[in-house]
Design a protein around this ligand. Structure first.
Ligand code: AHG
Ligand code: MN
Ligand code: MN
Length: 332
């Protein structure tokens, strides 16, 4: 009979491979899993908000009830700020770093997250997600964490992952020993191991890109897309990075969001290096794939700003390298 392994037990087993581990990282991952369950509960009833008055106006305490992405942001901050495990946090939803309030102790780790990814899909009951990375602080222990603690290249990531709110709620994470996937059993409220040691299949099936913007791309990106079509890859684009990445992780493929000339925000791409590209790049490499900005591995980029954007090519290594070749004007 198959063993039933909860995420808590799995994280603890992984920790045993490191005799020096203190268990703090394990606890942070478990805190994130808990935040994921709370957010999952809220996303499943999002469409009831108007008729049940769950969001939009004021709750019984007279507080304004937050939109789902603000709710998700607040849930993650609330469940992590008091634990004494973190030095500082940063969120896609918040302009500056999120300091640990003075009344709480600080810890050795840094949590960087996109609380709700794919927010344009929220109103349509389409899959959305939460993405996170955990890093070690650079600033001295016992002090409040700093911006520099957050501005670290992806190579410094200790653990990263995402929670996908789809037909099932799933949590996928890596602490540097492969990528593991868990599915939330709603009846017992536990994430159970369903996808151990995920590896991107060698033969890709899909390419994922917003082809509606093709006319704003550089000619080499258009040519790359023709090449993917010539290879008979099927197009799938959900518009939630987490969901698009998840499908390609399990079935093989490439997701890309190139730089474009569409609006002043996107000459360097749309996606955020810290909250989206770097954590998923960590997972991609752990699963045998790759991630690039077109010229260099995403994980090698030294961020200079919290909300820095980057072009992103992520998935099967061969297809990521092919994109880099097209960008260097080398055709296969
Ligand atoms: P977010 O909802 O966190 O702002 O991120 C949205 C991102 C990402 O999830 C998705 O891949 C991309 O935006 C879709 O953008 P387009 O609508 O431009 O295709
Ligand atoms: Mn996002
Ligand atoms: Mn977001």
């Amino acid at each position: 009979m198959e063993k039933v392994i909860t995420i808590e037990r799995h994280i603890l087993e992984q920790q045993k491979q490191h005799p020096s581990a203190t268990g703090v990282l394990t606890s942070i991952l478990y805190d994130i899993a808990l935040a994921g369950k709370v957010i999952a509960r809220e996303t499943t009833r999002a469409a009831l908000a108007d008729i049940l008055g769950l969001t939009g106006r004021f709750n019984v305490q007279g507080e304004e009830v937050a939109k789902l992405d603000q709710y998700a942001n607040a849930a993650i901050v609330r469940l992590n700020q008091y634990t004494g495990r973190l030095a500082v946090m940063a969120s896609e939803e918040i302009a500056e770093i999120i300091p640990i309030p003075d009344e709480f102790p600080t810890g050795r780790y840094v949590l960087v997250f996109d609380p709700l990814d794919g927010s344009s899909n929220i109103d349509y009951s389409v899959s959305i997600g939460t993405i996170f990375s955990i890093l070690r602080r650079k600033s001295p222990d016992g002090t409040r964490g700093t911006l520099e603690d957050c501005l670290q290249p992806g190579r410094e990531i200790v653990a990263a992952g995402y929670i996908l709110y789809g037909p099932s709620t799933m949590m996928i994470y890596s602490a540097g020993h492969g990528v593991h996937g868990f599915t939330l059993d709603q009846t017992v409220g536990e994430f159970l191991l369903t996808h151990p040691n995920i590896r991107i299949p060698a033969k890709p099936k899909y390419y994922s890109v917003n082809q509606g913007y093709e006319r704003y791309w550089a000619p080499e990106i258009q040519a790359y897309t023709r090449e993917l079509q010539a290879r008979d890859l099927s197009l799938r684009y959900i518009g939630s990075l987490v969901a698009d990445f998840h499908r390609n992780l399990l079935s093989g493929g490439i997701f890309y969001y190139p730089a474009d000339t569409r609006d002043p925000k996107t000459p360097h791409g749309k996606l955020r290096l810290l909250y989206e590209a770097a954590p998923l790049a960590f997972l991609a490499e752990q699963a045998g794939g790759a991630a690039s900005d077109g010229t260099q591995p995403i994980l090698d980029i030294q961020p200079t700003k919290l909300h820095q954007r980057t072009p992103l090519f992520i998935g099967n290594r061969e297809l990521v390298e092919l994109a880099e070749g097209f960008i260097r004007h080398e055709r296969p």
